[in-house]
Design a binder for this molecule. Sequence first.
Ligand code: NDP
Ligand code: 2IT
Length: 445
Amino acid sequence: MEAKKVLEDLKRRFPGEPEYHQAVEEVLSTIEEEYNKHPEFEKVNLIERLCIPDRIYQFRVTWMDDNGNIQTNMGYRIQHNNAIGPYKGGIRFHRSVNLGILKFLAFEQTFKNSLTTLPMGGGKGGSDFSPRGKSNAEVMRFCQAFMLELTRHIGPDVDVPAGDIGVGGREVGFMFGMYKKLTREYSGVLTGKGLEFGGSLIRPEATGYGTVYFLRAMLKTKGDSIEGKKVLISGAGNVAQYAAEKVLQLGGTVMTMSDSDGYIYDPDGIDRAKLDYIMELKNVYRGRIREYAEQYPNAKYVEGAKPWGEKADIALPCATQNELNEEQAKTLVANGCIAVAEGANMPSTPGAIRVFQEAKILYSPGKASNAGGVSVSGLEMSQNSERLSWSAEEVDAKLLWIMENIHENCVKYGTEPDGYVNYVKGANVAGFMKVAKAMMAQGIV
Ligand code: NDP
Ligand code: 2IT
């Protein structure tokens, strides 16, 4: 295969989907060499079959707001690839959601899930509905209307959704309730459920913790650790909160957190008590990060900006795609940043990735370092299947093992002749090979 040609063809056939093109380009450019060592792949056009989703569902979601107005949103589910297990991946509710964004996420999820060692294929879904500013009742009615359509496409052995941006425990609970009502079936059809009804301990923590476990493994290759390091975190949601918690546990100092309106910088560091405040602010009151600076006047709030201009040792982008560009990457490097671990999906632009890799700092792509979330989702599926629940210690130990195993695989497949580890290449090649071999074994389907 010629990566450039495949990409050009995809762009022509699927125009107007820049995030999808971006994600595909990153993977193709790094697996091209390995792929071409296997002429049997090319004979069955494996690459196009891997880039183009198995199927896509699109539907209108109609619901009534608190004023009695009828609202419509679009709903989607992308079933990308199920060569190694049932489709698996989150659901995103955000006003920016469109087909191209979900296609990039489903594509990435396929490689990520392959890396986890668990039997999960790749999928993603969502809606352009934004829970921001909506009442609980509105969110419930929307989730129910969304599930009314989604129900017929998913199942515990077919496709198992979970949370993502705008979808947390509350939304998963509402969707699970509706699925159960419609199908009269009690199964592990969604992960990220409440602990009382089949959820796994450590699932809420898993993505953030896993990102920091991965960061720790990267630093260890340099004989370094998180202790004493200053860390910039973007986002203030699920991933950012638990990344911050683990950084604190391991002796680092969290300097920033953010939301889509701006970021806060606390020169004294965001300690445990302050993180508790943020968790309550975000999870209970659904407030804005700006309020932190009112609560802790030593901190500054910077409206409409990202935290990457602040001086620190480590950056953990944990908000959304393309939130860290080339210029910002240059600033981070110039300010002495030694490691970037992505908690979000595709937060660094291609230009930013180039800057990190040329500076030869530690840099891990989301599909490697944020795989902890879907990994514990996989463990939730296992627990549901055996009708048991495991202790927090057991799940956390498995999560740690998985993250360290992914790190090892990245080193195995991504180490360059000069010893620099290209984690992008390592993750893509390792994730790709397993899916490719499974597809080869299963014939042309
Ligand atoms: P949440 O909805 O809990 O939090 C998202 C955070 O990012 C919020 O602070 C939000 O701010 C901010 N944000 C969202 N969209 C934008 C935007 N367009 N520009 C700037 N800031 C934005 O989501 P999660 O923490 O679950 O997800 C964060 C990232 O991690 C996403 O990329 C997601 O795909 C990825 N991820 C999530 C996993 C999970 O298990 N939840 C697993 C693996 C990856 P605001 O409140 O203003 O919207
Ligand atoms: O991007 C992701 O890996 C997630 N949003 C989690 C998916 C899952 O199925 O737990």
